[in-house]
Design a protein around this ligand. Structure first.
Ligand SMILES: Cc1cc2nc3c(=O)[nH]c(=O)nc-3n(C[C@H](O)[C@H](O)[C@H](O)COP(=O)(O)O)c2cc1C
Length: 190
């Protein structure tokens, strides 16, 4: 089984993008090939980053815990709403705490918005951010337009298009993660 960690980065009261996070969690589990760990940043109340984990002599236990869940992952899926044409500040703040936890990890991007573009601007910027943290960005991403019409409260797709895209993204992310995990095993790279 592959270990996949979802890092979901909206903390707004009434957030709709939780639907996208739940939907991809379900789709990844449905592949039968992944153990999924779900990190909801809202549960951790991280302060604005002042010291990265590796530089902090007395890190918060929440920061350590998230770091372990990231470090243990074979692959990471980021889920974010689009705010002001970018990913959420809460997600970026969390990402900034970590360094080696990201290295050489396959990473996927899921974005959602209330409009029709599904967070395309945020997704493009998030793929660039993945390169900056030394991750491997999967080219295919999942965009969820009109969050309230595409997915119900539990993340169940409300139309055929969304259902197909979810399955396609999950299958591709498993393939991408497995390929890199196998190569790491073969060469003992971390
Ligand atoms: C601060 C803020 C900025 C936003 N900027 C954008 C934007 O640039 N593009 C967009 O499509 N939607 C934007 N939205 C609307 C979000 O897409 C909408 O709130 C959606 O439900 C996803 O965010 P949520 O998970 O917080 O609900 C913005 C929302 C907020 C709160």
């Amino acid at each position: 089984m592959l270990k996949i960690t979802i890092l979901y980065g909206a903390i707004r009261t009434g957030r709709l993008s939780i639907r996208a996070a739940r939907a991809i969690e379900t789709a990844l589990k449905a592949t039968g090939k992944a153990e999924v760990t779900f990190i909801d940043i809202k549960d951790y109340n991280l302060p604005v980053m002042q010291l990265r984990l590796k530089e902090d002599p007395a890190p918060l236990k929440e920061v350590v815990l998230i770091g372990e869940m990231l470090e243990n992952a074979d692959g990471i899926v980021f889920v974010t709403p689009e705010y002001n044409n970018s990913y959420s500040g809460a997600l970026k703040n969390t990402i900034d705490y970590y360094t080696k936890e990201w290295y050489h990890k396959p990473m996927g991007v899921v974005c959602g918005s209330s409009g029709k573009q599904g967070g395309i601007n945020a997704s493009n910027l998030l793929q660039l951010l993945i390169l900056a943290i030394n991750g491997y960005a999967m080219p295919t991403k999942l965009l969820v337009p009109e969050l309230d019409k595409s997915l119900d409260e539990n993340g169940v797709p409300l139309n055929e298009f969304m259902a197909k895209n979810l399955t396609k993204f999950a299958d591709e992310f498993i393939w991408f993660t497995e390929a890199i995990a196998n190569q790491k095993k073969a060469t003992s790279k971390r």
